[in-house]
Design a protein around this ligand. Structure first.
Ligand code: XMP
Length: 492
């Protein structure tokens, strides 16, 4: 099986790079740049290496760099964004703050004849996000693409098979990004497309059956896809030696806690302990309005409750947790900048790191449920969280989701947010003064970037009129028309 090394320099889109490579049926492994030596790379049999983006400047003293020898192993390299600049830097080129200032967003790129750009039109749209740029090419390289602001948008040294692109081929906004990656994989590295996702579940089950033989394993189950996949894989591997603890923090959507309990206990026969900790969480959150502080309190509370449950279970050998890569990246593990502290990362001592969604293992309703953030409705009640506000939001959210569910083509995520803003309304002959609810719907491939979904007016109308009529305490409904970036999907 051919495989590609994704050398991680802390970029926000690193997991996407690996995903795109795997989608082309080539296996990709992500390794932090400082966790693998040139010798290990040479011995691992990689067909190609991709240097990821990252938030640093290569000329800064503390900039993350790999050994220069990585470039002399005879393995093709593709540098992306920071990786492109690092490649130029290591080969003797110069990098400086971009003369025209930073370049951000969809940008027209003009490409020249190059193996990287085979079958791609000469002019197309790419996604740019950089403040530095390659000023002087290293010896042996030539420029193969440029934008209005960036003279070296791509460079190539065909002899040594070293390539760099300043733009991000891994994000969907780059129109021919997938082709650029495929050209690198197949035309430059000569990979075979023979890797299949389907084999992964069976391999993992077999592996964990062996590795965890005779051990008692504890898993924090949230009911989200990630921990659910981990639970089902482990249950298949070790049966009753797995105990799942489901901490119900009282910030779940309407009916969700019971759904999780039913599914896992009845359908999968998982040993499940449900802890009802609503009061504890609401107490800890009383009077707190800062979004990061709220997230931290929820995250820490979760770990405390989980720990005290674990203590009562006696000897536990392994703690398991399922988490998706974007959470790891956005929480600033390794070298990426922190955007939000995601509550499912860190704290639990040992992650088993399942990173893929293995669909056939789980019922459709579970897998196709939209993602739900670890801190739950805690990040959707703006300002102080109270039981009353949670109740209002739960009802409004259930109505909105039900209305959208009727559509044939559904957004990837849709939910309601309760703002702190109240406004005057009129109902019957009386004045009302209720909360404003925001409806949010996004279309996305990967949740790293997202477009607001153009929902039909009738759907918005129906949701709005049902919410204001049925949920006492909400008197205004607005629709969020911001994409990510510049906004994030959640409001906090
Ligand atoms: P943002 O708001 O970061 O959301 O654009 C991207 C996706 O991640 C979900 N999200 C979370 N998921 N723990 C999670 O498991 C979290 O702390 C968290 N915060 C946001 C969000 O719902 C969206 O799908």
């Amino acid at each position: 099986m051919d495989k590609i090394l994704v050398l991680d320099f802390g970029g926000q889109y690193n997991q996407l790079i690996a995903r795109r490579v795997r989608a082309a049926h080539v296996f990709a492994e992500i390794k932090p740049y400082h966790k693998i030596t040139p010798e290990e790379i040479a011995l691992s049999g990689y067909r190609g290496i991709i240097f990821t983006g990252g938030p640093h400047s290569v000329y800064a003293l503390d900039a993350p760099k790999c050994e220069k020898e990585v470039l002399s192993l005879g393995i093709p390299v593709l540098g992306i964004c920071y990786g492109h600049q690092l490649l130029a830097f290591l080969c003797g080129g110069t990098i400086a703050p971009a003369e025209e200032g930073s370049e951000y967003g969809k940008t027209e790129v003009k490409t020249q004849k190059s193996v990287l750009f085979e079958d791609i039109p000469e002019k197309s749209i790419c996604w740019m996000s950089h403040t530095d740029a390659v000023q002087q090419l290293p010896t042996g390289f030539h420029t193969v693409a440029a934008t209005e602001k960036c003279a070296v948008a791509a460079m190539a040294d065909d002899e040594r098979k070293l390539y760099g692109v300043q733009f991000h081929p891994e994000v969907t906004h780059t129109a021919y990004g997938e082709s650029v990656l495929r050209n690198f994989l197949f035309r430059v590295c000569g990979c075979k497309a023979d890797w299949q996702m389907q084999n992964v579940a069976q391999e993992l089950i077999a592996r964990y059956r062996k590795e965890l033989c005779g051990k008692k394993v504890l898993l924090a189950l949230s009911g989200g896809v990630d921990s659910s996949v981990a639970a089902v894989l482990l249950q298949k591997a070790i049966g009753d030696a797995l105990i799942c603890v489901f901490v119900d923090h009282g910030l779940l959507r309407k009916g969700e806690g019971d759904f999780v309990e039913r599914t896992f206990r009845d359908q999968f026969g998982v040993r499940l302990i449900r802890v009802n900790a609503e009061a504890r969480f609401l107490n800890a959150l009383r009077g707190v309005t800062d979004p990061e502080q709220k997230r931290k309190i929820i995250g820490e509370g979760f770990i405390r409750v989980f720990e005290s449950e674990a203590k009562q279970l006696g000897q536990i050998d392994v703690l398991a947790q399922g988490t998706i890569y974007p959470d790891v990246i956005e929480s600033g593990k390794g070298d990426s900048a922190v955007i939000k502290s995601h509550h499912n990362v860190g704290g639990l001592p040992e992650r088993m790191g399942f990173s893929e969604i293995v669909e056939p293992l789980l019922p459709r309703e579970l897998v196709w449920r939209q993602p739900f953030p670890g801190p739950g409705l805690g990040v959707r009640v703006l300002g102080e969280i109270t039981k009353e506000k949670l109740e209002l939001l739960r009802e409004a959210d259930a109505i909105f989701r039900k209305t959208v569910d009727a559509l044939a083509q559904k957004p990837n995520q849709y939910f309601a947010v309760l703002t702190e803003s109240r406004s005057v309304g009129v109902m019957g002959d009386a004045r009302t003064y209720g909360y404003t609810v925001v409806l949010r719907a996004v279309t996305t491939d990967d949740f790293m970037t997202a477009e607001w979904t153009r929902l039909p007016y009738e759907v918005l109308e129906k949701a709005s009129s049902r919410i204001t009529n049925e949920v006492r305490g909400i008197s205004r409904v607005v629709f969020d028309i911001t994409s990510k970036p510049p906004a994030t999907v959640e409001w906090e």
